[in-house]
Write a protein that binds this ligand. Structure first.
Ligand SMILES: [Zn+2]
Length: 541
């Protein structure tokens, strides 16, 4: 007898194929039957008439390593149907933190992970000590973190010893089961690296079967060069490249999505293994300091705050921004397009725009930004509306694009419920399926599901996940295609998606009748000889 049977669902198997009506049986954590025969017996039956059953969604680009230890129930994500999160993105990872350097990492990641407990750890120890969570987790080593450990925040090339140190740390992470390396060349200190440095690390990835994921060097005025640079690393090392949250930021660059996607398609035709991902919104989120040129951040946070108080610095900033817009975001229409998301030291400003704050203070907007950063000790996070809706839709339709929230798992309660975070954290997957698929008809539902399941599993090299197949792990999401939608907005972000009926992780029900039952069946999935699975962690259990 099956442990669980989902009866009469419209099964969309994650391959992109059209749905078929049938039953799915689950036993010992895996799918044991996919059938149109009626009359199967099970200890529990979920009646799924009128609902779509898909593989559990794989969030290919997240930063939930910052919040899963605080909210292991992963509420904001699993309530969108997410069953696996890839963490350690954009060059940011919580490990390794070498002896005496945990504080350095804490300070560096303060604007992204202000509530996280940082401790000294190797990558292997970090993976082993990762808490039980509701979702599966896949880890990456972050290039910023490796550089910070090897050479601090210095704006220079690494010495031979420092480069070897980074290679060794990467090797240790890969041997522990990390799937690869992420980089975030758009900001410091990773942005001080040359392409050659990334290629050297890419060869380590190649030796261990690892992959490279890239938040490219520039998403605005030099986005084409930046995407070509990421592709070139993959091409010269023979490794998979995941281009993170593909976008064209800045009004000068709007309308270029088809041409940019053409770069990826051309690389694929040359045989390069490359995919991109996207979150379906026109606003980005980042630490406020990252809007400013990298020279202002040299030497770390304390040096930057000291510099921001100087009139000469402000003069030079004003000149740079007038000349080419914001670092990595290009030109925006107005300071009202920059909105405070999270402000640890001045929480009362969450939700207000920099334009409004400058007006309230009767201050020049750039002075207001510099003053604000000083008051908030550099830890402010903002939302910035920098993309065109047409470009977002063009990228969403592309066959190379996979869905990734670029978000952390949050919950409306507890410390992660503070501030006004980006609505993509709660809404990405539901917004694609509701707003873009059902309401706008931008792409067919099975194809959208493929971008969240089979396509992502393929890009990541997951073993026996991402499709509804007999023998595969039972990561499943059951939803109502008529009602699914994101409820999270810029004004009221802390709202769960709607329309998700049930979510099953490794055969265990977590979302049941739309509610979280507290189960924590997620596992850390490790890269092994065959691909990414949980052989090692499973053996330990
Ligand atoms: Zn990123």
């Amino acid at each position: 007898m099956d442990e669980l049977l989902i009866r009469g669902a419209q099964i969309m198997d994650g391959s992109g194929a059209p749905g078929t009506t049938g039953d799915v049986g689950i036993r010992d954590g895996r799918i044991c039957a996919v059938t149109t025969e009626t009359g199967r017996q099970a200890r529990r039956v979920i009646d799924a008439a009128g609902l779509v059953l898909a593989p559990g969604f794989i969030d290919i680009h997240t930063h939930s390593d910052f919040t899963l230890p605080i909210n292991p129930r992963a509420e904001g994500k699993i309530r969108q149907g997410v069953t696996t999160e890839v963490v350690g993105n954009c060059g940011f990872s919580v490990a390794p933190a070498l002896p005496g350097k945990a504080e350095l990492l804490r300070d560096y990641l303060a604007a992204s992970a202000p509530w996280l407990d940082f401790r000294e750890t190797s990558f292997a120890e970090y993976m082993d000590a990762f808490p039980a969570t509701s979702v599966n987790t896949i880890m990456q080593a972050g290039h910023h973190t490796l550089r910070l450990m090897a050479m601090g925040t210095d704006d220079r090339a690494p010495s031979d010893d420092e480069l070897r140190h980074m290679q060794d740390m990467l090797e240790e992470a890969l041997q522990a089961g990390a799937i690869g390396l992420s980089s975030g060349l758009f900001t410091t200190p990773g942005g001080y690296a040359s392409s050659e440095e990334m290629v050297t690390l890419g060869h380590v990835l190649r030796r261990h079967g690892g992959a490279y994921s890239s938040h490219v060097r520039d998403e605005a005025n030099r986005v084409f060069d930046a995407v070509r640079e990421a592709i070139a690393v993959g091409e010269s090392c023979g490794i998979h490249v995941q281009i993170a949250h593909l976008k064209l930021s800045g009004t000068d660059n709007w309308g270029g999505a088809s041409e940019l996607l053409g770069e990826i398609e051309a690389a694929r035709e040359r045989g390069v293994a490359v995919d991109c991902d996207q979150y379906p919104y026109t606003a980005a989120t980042n630490p406020l300091r990252n809007l400013l040129p990298t020279w202002v951040q040299a030497g770390g946070m304390a040096a930057m705050l000291e510099r921001l108080a100087e009139p000469e610095t402000r003069q030079r900033l004003r000149h740079d921004i007038e000349a080419q817009g914001f670092n990595n975001f290009g030109r925006i229409a107005s300071w009202d397009d920059v909105r405070i998301a999270i402000s640890p030291h001045q929480p009362q400003y969450a939700g207000q725009t920099m334009g409004a704050i400058a007006r309230e203070r009767r201050s020049d907007p750039l002075d207001a930004v510099c003053d604000y950063l000083i008051e908030d000790q550099g830890h402010t996070r903002i939302l910035i509306t920098s993309m065109a809706e047409d470009d977002v839709q063009t990228i969403l339709r592309s066959p190379t694009m996979l869905v990734g929230s670029d978000g952390t798992s949050l919950a409306p309660y507890g410390v992660t419920g503070q501030g006004k975070p980006h609505p993509r954290f709660y809404g990405t997957f539901a917004r694609v399926l509701g707003h873009y698929v059902r309401d706008l008809g931008l792409l067919p539902l099975p194809q959208a599901i493929y971008k969240m399941t089979g396509g992502s599993a393929n890009a990541l090299g997951l073993v026996e996940r991402g499709l509804i197949r007999e023998g595969y792990w039972a990561d499943l999401t059951l939803f109502d295609p008529q009602t699914i939608d994101a409820m999270s907005t810029y004004e009221k972000p802390h709202q769960y998606a709607r329309g998700i009926q049930a979510v099953i992780v490794n055969g265990e029900v977590v979302i049941d009748g739309g509610e979280h039952n507290g189960a924590l069946p997620g596992r850390v999935l490790r890269r092994g000889a065959k691909g990414v699975d949980d052989v090692e962690s499973g053996a330990r259990r």
